[in-house]
Design a protein around this ligand. Sequence first.
Ligand SMILES: NC(=O)c1ccc[n+]([C@@H]2O[C@H](COP(=O)([O-])OP(=O)(O)OC[C@H]3O[C@@H](n4cnc5c(N)ncnc54)[C@H](O)[C@@H]3O)[C@@H](O)[C@H]2O)c1
Length: 253
Amino acid sequence: MSVELAGARVIVSGAAGGVGKATIDKLLACGARVCATDIDPAVTQHARQGSRGEVVTIVADVTKSADVDRIFACAEAAFGGVDCVVSNAASIVTKSVLDTTEDDWDRMLDTNAKSLFLMLKRALPTMMARRAGSIVATASISSVVGLPTQAAYAASKGAVLQLIRQTAVEYAGTGVRINAVGPGSITRTKILDSYLAGLDDPDAGAAAIKGAHPMGRWAEPEEVADAIVFLAGPTSTFITGQIIMVDGGFTAR
Ligand SMILES: NC(=O)c1ccc[n+]([C@@H]2O[C@H](COP(=O)([O-])OP(=O)(O)OC[C@H]3O[C@@H](n4cnc5c(N)ncnc54)[C@H](O)[C@@H]3O)[C@@H](O)[C@H]2O)c1
């Protein structure tokens, strides 16, 4: 997909690998200037200068407001501001509610939902002042359907979707759009492998997951990144408060 984003200044969290890394590659190809961040220092390997855009990197923990401030300061120092935020960082705990500990719960809600809250708090004031901006969060099929062994993860991803809808409506008149993508549990990245590792039989779990998605195949991180870039850019200017499911038909049944 070709989206013109020449000069757009974008923060992408969870950018060390998987969907985040695919997103920074696509944004760079569209001419964007990207501040890529992750708690995993591997993100620093993605710093580069493209023919039109560039990627700067910063290692940070998106559950901490001081780190979120550092991320924005990095983008502002490198590019002079932020036009778009992709809040994509997450982790997973594969447990039913009875097995979930208080620590598991806090970690899921902090990493997956509080991180978006902190990003919104930091991004909205300057975007509203410029009357332009786009925020895209990576939600999940678990935001809208119940799946076994995902108690705290599902709660966190449900919170992501509701926070997107709530803020999109509240700030709809300010020029800032706020949307989400909802991947199926179907992209073979670190987070999915960690989910499968928590199952009694990871191979059977993987086969069941693949079979449950009507398209019957694994998705590539790039297929999720395409939807993120669509929502980030000028291809979606009348879309706000929405979730685009990228799930091979899972939630269409
Ligand atoms: N892979 C799938 O099938 C699938 C399905 C549904 C939703 N998702 C969502 O897609 C998004 C991207 O995940 P992915 O599939 O690319 O997996 P991934 O594990 O490759 O990416 C998640 C990234 O978030 C980073 N991260 C975790 N905690 C962090 C913190 N506190 N601060 C900063 N960074 C942190 C990790 O280091 C990792 O690089 C996530 O929001 C995930 O929930 C993925």
